[in-house]
Design a protein around this ligand. Structure first.
Ligand code: FHN
Length: 457
């Protein structure tokens, strides 16, 4: 073989290796964990922030005198925009008050351990610099800053797991649901007879490459949170293919069950284990009545909308949100609580107040939440139980007026204290019917007070 040809061959090999460098480096940097190892950080975290943010955040769920029913993130559909009319919102999206570090700090101070950002919601507008599409924050919007990148970096800096929501539904893309506009009707959304014959091309040439960009270009992705699994265009074959694709790029990324078609409805669970891809169930706006013996995360809004909607003043109280966190953890789940920032990049003041209150509570009582598992006992009338490392935590919503807390008689006490006063032992007495613990007249916390019970061996 001529020397020149040999030299060119060597040069070609070097060029290929240089281009493969980042991919190989990334792949080799990710030792494939076992499923339990992979899920561990997520199971221990218990509490995350959902962020629904997009061009719909400018619209605020209203168009003239019309208010969108339900979530403001459905503005394009519920406020009857044509695609052309709607495109002006991404074209004006310029959230100059967006501060990724401040957002992450608010999540962290609230006691949240991970953040799930809508990288692209049903509107189809991407909040990152997508090479697959110009309908994104860099090419269409005047903002021209990569929001996914900024939030990923802020999460890494502050030790918060960065996770991404991605909508399978895309009302803008002509090979997805964009073909239905402008005469789109909500009832078509999950009508099995209404499919786009071009959808497989959307999946293969647009959606999958976009998911690939998110997995390859923004560091460790803790969770990919899919949504829109209900449309008839999307198949279980696509779901299984996408799950494998994600795990091939980042083996330890966790993926929710909406990547496939196993979800049975808003209860979010997959009743045919092993038949569908996905690592956890996704109850939405509801909490299961009892514990579930598989991984699940309940996602919920603070008011009635995922996207920013000033007209929606139906805010849950901080007390209610804290009780929901406890209820969910007592049943073995995670709580993904939503924030809908406005079109300027601000969290609503009502959301910030609730985050502050939850942060004050988790700072004092986090031991009874993080890493805790579902209660082994029937839930008591006055609250909930969680357990961890040989300790039962009694989360008291309704403090006993007579100073006598009545608990499950199977609880064998070694030592009982208030979680916030570990040095004052409480008297405990087991009768044939129940365990009685003397507690102070005044509850130590205005919302949920926790009694820590170290169990006798
Ligand atoms: O249609 C979406 C909705 O806008 C929101 O994103 C919720 C949150 O999980 N998921 C879908 C409704 O089930």
């Amino acid at each position: 073989m001529k020397m020149k040809t040999l030299r060119n061959m060597c040069l070609l090999v070097v060029i290929v290796m240089l281009n493969m460098g980042p991919v190989l480096a990334q792949a080799s940097s990710k030792k494939k964990l076992s499923d339990d190892e992979r899920m561990e950080w997520w199971r221990d975290s218990k509490f995350g922030m959902f962020i629904h943010w997009g061009a719909y955040s400018i619209i605020g769920g209203e168009r003239g005198s019309k208010i969108a029913g339900g979530g403001a993130e459905w503005a394009m559909d519920k406020l009857d925009y044509t695609i052309e009319e709607y495109e002006k919102y991404p074209e004006m999206f310029n959230p100059q008050l967006f501060d990724a570090d401040a957002w992450v700090t608010m999540a962290k101070n609230a006691g949240m351990k991970y953040i799930v950002l809508t990288s692209k919601h049903h509107e189809g507008f991407a909040l990152w610099d997508s090479k697959v599409s110009d309908y994104d924050i860099m090419d269409t919007a005047p903002f021209k800053r990569d929001i996914v990148k900024e939030l990923a970096e802020a999460c890494k800096k502050q030790g918060i797991k960065f996770c991404l929501y991605y909508s399978i539904v895309d009302w803008h893309h002509p090979q997805a649901q964009g073909n239905l506009y402008p005469n789109y009707n909500i009832s078509q959304h999950d009508d099995p007879s209404v499919v786009n014959p071009e959808f497989p091309k959307y999946y293969e040439n647009y959606m999958k490459p976009q998911v690939g960009e998110l997995l390859k270009n923004y560091g460790d992705i803790g969770v990919v949170w899919f949504d829109g699994d209900w449309i008839s265009d999307y198949t279980t074959e696509m779901g299984k293919d996408l799950y494998k694709y994600i795990r091939d790029i980042q083996p330890n990324t966790i993926v929710n069950n909406r990547v496939d078609k196993g979800r049975t409805g808003m209860d979010g669970m997959n009743n045919k284990p092993g038949q569908f891809a996905g690592d956890f169930g996704t109850p939405e706006q509801e909490i299961p009545d009892t514990g579930i013996d598989s991984d699940w995360e309940a996602c919920m809004t603070m008011n009635g909308t995922w996207g920013y909607k000033p007209d929606d003043v139906n805010w849950k109280s901080s007390e209610d949100l804290i009780e929901k966190l406890v209820d969910i953890v007592s049943k073995g789940g995670n709580f993904l609580l939503n924030i809908g920032p406005d079109g300027y990049g601000r969290f609503p003041a009502q959301s910030i107040r609730r985050l502050d209150a939850m942060g004050q509570w988790t700072k004092k009582n986090g031991e009874a939440i993080y890493g805790a598992t579902a209660s082994p006992y029937e839930k008591p009338k006055w609250g909930r139980y969680t357990q961890k490392d040989g300790v039962i935590y009694a989360h008291v919503f309704e403090w006993p007026k007579d100073g006598l807390l009545k608990l499950n008689k199977d609880i064998k006490v070694k030592k009982a204290t208030l979680l916030t006063d570990p040095n004052t032992e409480l008297n405990a007495l087991t009768t044939s019917r129940e365990l009685l613990i003397d507690v102070p007249q005044l509850a130590p916390d205005t919302t949920v007070s926790v009694v820590k019970i170290e169990l006798a061996k």
